[in-house]
Design a protein around this ligand. Structure first.
Ligand code: XLS
Ligand code: CA
Ligand code: CA
Length: 455
């Protein structure tokens, strides 16, 4: 490494515990701590994203960059700057002590003057990323292609009215999928940044959706052709930058995949802020994906309930994350997925050290949420009441209905005869909310006691 970009942090961020007054320590996260028999690190599989944290200068539409990022300074040779960016990123990830990172092709390699130059830039930077990974042991959670930044993609990539743009995007994905394989990535993500429309006045919906399906089919075919073992993930988002995005939410993407015979090839990368933008909760999107067998990975962040856009803030609500992690634990945990911090600092958080504060806070929130979720699983907090609620479906009536053993005629006869006379029962929502809160309040105290007892 040529330069130390984060010299204010001497080594790896240590565990300080809840009473620590040192900001640059973990209060809850301990990678080796066992939770339900599995290491915290293996439950959460945390990743740092290169775009918000290392490729963005901190600009917004009203002002220029504010972040102190020497590797982004103007006038540097693009490949020299690209290497410095990766040096900074890997130094940071090692000091943070998390196992994974994620990137877009354009985060690590600039677009060249020709397609051949762009290809060569990517090859050189993938080579360099590979060296950094070998040196540090940091792994790739997922790679992805930026199919939304360049003006050629203004009207979409796969859904563009011009087939040449489709072809250009396909070529780009081919290279990034191969780069992801070369770097042993656990997943490959497709976020349809501009796969949608700004106005229906110029849009042929049916045609664009057929194009999108064909694009996804090509990606799946190439995955098998090159023997990439990772999971292909689609990341839903309802809008922004386009007015309407086709991959609106988990249910819409699922329906699309089923309709086009692609359901076995893709899973979902659920982002918390995209869930809330679509009018759902993060909990809902996770539960939906799990119920339909398509949960893949998580982009951990949060929105601002006061704003209607994608603020991508670091997560800080144990209450929200605990319910999502509870669903994940009950389903057996993440497999190839992880928790990627697709989160950005506020524009006024200009210092490089703020990157540590953002990530440490997010990681501790995830760790605390994991403890709460584990306690809920262990104690069957919601399971027993949920099972009781559906108990009737295990009886004679329930099983005969579901197995197709009774007709409307037969049901009507039994109701008329007074054999069936349902009584409304309480859904006990407030009781359940109290039970969840009790676990949130008790989790850390209990975990500390378990530790003292050597558990
Ligand atoms: C943007 C998306 C994007 C994807 C990767 O809103 O979250 O960053 O995660 O292209
Ligand atoms: Ca995302
Ligand atoms: Ca986002």
């Amino acid at each position: 490494m040529t330069q130390d970009f984060f010299s204010e942090v001497a080594g790896r961020i240590p565990f300080g515990g809840l009473e620590s007054s040192e900001p640059l320590t973990y209060k809850v996260y301990e990678p080796d701590r066992l939770v339900l028999g599995k290491r915290m690190e293996d439950h959460l599989r945390i990743a740092v994203c290169l775009w918000h944290s290392f490729a963005s200068p901190g600009l917004d539409m009203f002002g220029s960059g504010t972040f102190d990022r020497p590797w982004l300074e103007e006038g540097l040779d693009p490949l020299v700057a690209g290497r410095a960016k990766l040096d900074a990123a890997f130094e940071f990830i090692v000091k943070l002590g998390v196992p994974y990172y994620c990137f877009h092709d354009r985060d690590i390699a600039p677009e060249g003057r020709t397609a051949a130059e762009t290809r060569a830039n990517l090859a050189a930077m993938v080579e360099y990323a590979g060296e950094q990974m070998a040196r540090t042991g940091v792994r790739l959670l997922w790679g992805t292609a930026n199919l939304f930044g360049h003006p050629r993609y203004a009207a979409g990539a796969a859904t563009n009215p011009d087939p040449e743009v489709f072809a250009f995007a396909a070529a780009q994905v081919k290279l990034v999928l191969e780069a992801t394989k070369r770097l042993d990535g656990a997943n490959y993500v497709l976020w349809g940044g501009r796969e949608g429309y700004d106005t229906l006045l110029n849009t042929d919906l049916a045609r664009e959706q057929t194009q999108l399906a064909r694009f996804l089919g090509l990606v799946a075919e190439h995955k098998h052709r090159i023997g990439f073992k990772g999971t292909l993930l689609i990341e839903p988002k309802p809008h922004e930058p386009t007015k309407h995005q086709y991959d609106h939410d988990a249910a819409v993407v699922h329906g699309f995949l089923v309709r086009h015979g692609l359901a076995d090839e893709f899973r979902l990368n659920i982002e918390a802020n995209h869930a809330t933008l679509s009018g759902h909760s993060f909990h809902h999107e996770i539960a939906y994906a799990i119920a339909n067998g398509i949960l893949g990975s998580i982009d951990a962040n949060r929105g601002d309930y006061q704003n209607g856009w994608d603020t991508d803030q670091f997560p800080n609500s144990v209450d929200e994350l605990a319910l999502a992690i509870y669903e994940i634990l009950r389903s057996g945990g993440l497999t190839t997925g992880g928790f990627n911090f697709d989160a950005k600092l506020r524009r006024q958080s200009m210092a490089r050290t703020d990157l540590f504060h953002g990530h440490i806070g997010g990681i501790d929130t995830l760790a605390q949420a994991l403890l709460v979720a584990a306690a809920m699983v262990q104690r069957g907090t919601l399971d027993r009441l949920r099972e009781e609620r559906y108990a009737g479906w295990a009886g004679e009536l329930g099983t005969s209905i579901l197995s197709g053993g009774v007709s409307l005629e037969e049901l009507e006869r039994r109701v008329a005869a007074g054999e069936i006379d349902p009584r409304p029962v309480s859904g006990r929502q407030e009781l359940l909310e109290n039970l969840v809160n009790q676990q949130i309040w008790a989790a850390e105290r209990r975990a500390q006691a378990d530790k003292t007892a050597g558990g």
